[in-house]
Design a protein around this ligand. Structure first.
Ligand SMILES: NC(=O)c1ccc[n+]([C@@H]2O[C@H](COP(=O)([O-])OP(=O)(O)OC[C@H]3O[C@@H](n4cnc5c(N)ncnc54)[C@H](OP(=O)(O)O)[C@@H]3O)[C@@H](O)[C@H]2O)c1
Length: 313
């Protein structure tokens, strides 16, 4: 006996690498209850890292043509997907055009729209734990491992800080290959900034330890490589010392999280603030859900979504 085919339902897509393991699979249905749309389903589409452009075009074309596809969120592939599919969009927001990445695919009156939400969401996440005037008070710098979409977004957020006290003097960014480093530096060069951006081409963890050792106390060290989740390991060795009174920010919240574990082991000795990617996850998803479903994301609504997500974590 064959069962009847499932009824097609409005669907929100999640374009990533290992989407089925993400907490959003548990969180999304709860959020749809909060938003009064329990009928909307979440479906993951996995692409391999730096996938074939034709594969990205097939994904975006499907969402564009299928009336029940509402849109979706893109992680990890934000730049590669932008490069492969930008001509399929009827509108790209200014951040998408500046950073050449997109994290949100949505529809408005039949038009396909792409937004880069990371400069907003990386910024909201950083501001949640970095006190005002932090860089002026501490004279500290930023060391960012990885020069991909989220690293670029974090730099853009710092560049856009209107108060000099909220901008570091120096942003050191390390990447294992040249294209993303060049792209990040080209973007920074387009903007009038007093932050010195220092690109480092390197994939040797012991050299990263040396870069970390040269930072002033209080500095912010970011793992934006995906190592410890998308790929094994950490950009630093176990012998690498975090700056005293510094901040270690791992962009992910699931996986082996080796970098986070290394920071936690030094938390007391070096008086570190250690932050994972959970707040980033909440801001990233809530901003894109609001864009795709055309919802006004007020602070009150964010509080409700945060509570629903934390219960499902
Ligand atoms: N919590 C959240 O909600 C949230 C939000 C944003 C991002 N994230 C996570 O943060 C990570 C980065 O995201 P993304 O969008 O920026 O990804 P991305 O665009 O793929 O950037 C990752 C960058 O790291 C570089 N890299 C990888 N291994 C390296 C190493 N050993 N040394 C130096 N550089 C290395 C890559 O170099 P190549 O150019 O050579 O590949 C790439 O440029 C991902 O794991 C993502 O899941 C989490």
């Amino acid at each position: 006996m064959s069962s009847a085919p499932a009824q097609p339902v409005p669907t929100f897509y999640f374009v990533g690498v290992t989407t089925r393991n993400s907490s959003i699979m548990k969180v999304f249905p709860r959020w749809m209850e909060v938003l009064g749309h329990p009928e909307i389903l979440l479906k993951g589409i996995d692409h391999k890292i730096h996938d074939d452009p034709a594969a990205y075009r097939a994904t975006v074309s499907y969402i564009k043509e299928d009336p029940l596809s509402l849109g979706g969120l893109v992680t990890t592939h934000k730049m590669d997907l932008y490069a492969a599919t930008q001509d399929l969009f009827d509108y790209l927001d200014p951040y998408a055009r500046l950073t050449h990445e997109l994290s949100s695919i949505s529809k408005q009156e039949g038009r396909l729209e792409g937004h880069a939400k990371d400069p907003i969401t990386a910024g909201l996440s950083l501001d949640a734990f970095l006190e005002p005037a932090y860089f002026q008070r501490t004279g500290s710098h930023v060391l960012c491992f990885g020069a991909g979409g989220s690293a670029l977004a974090t730099l853009l957020h710092l560049i856009n800080k209107p108060d000099k006290a909220d901008r570091p003097d120096r942003f050191v960014v390390v990447n294992r290959s040249l294209p993303r480093l060049e792209h990040l530096c080209a973007m920074a060069a387009q903007l009038d900034t007093d932050i010195t951006v220092e690109p480092v081409l390197n994939s040797d963890p012991s050299h990263n330890d040396t870069l970390m050792a040269a930072l002033p106390d209080g500095s912010l060290v970011i793992n934006a490589t995906g190592m410890g989740k998308d790929t094994p390991g950490s950009p630093i060795t176990d012998a690498g010392l975090f700056p005293r009174n510094g901040i270690a920010w791992e962009f992910n919240y699931r996986g082996e999280l080796d970098f986070l574990q290394q920071a936690l082991r030094q938390q007391q000795l070096r008086n570190l603030h250690v932050e994972d990617g959970w707040i980033y996850f909440l801001h990233g998803w809530s901003q894109v859900v609001a864009q795709v479903l055309h919802v006004d994301l007020t602070p009150e609504l964010f509080t409700k979504l945060n509570a629903a997500a934390s219960a499902a974590r």
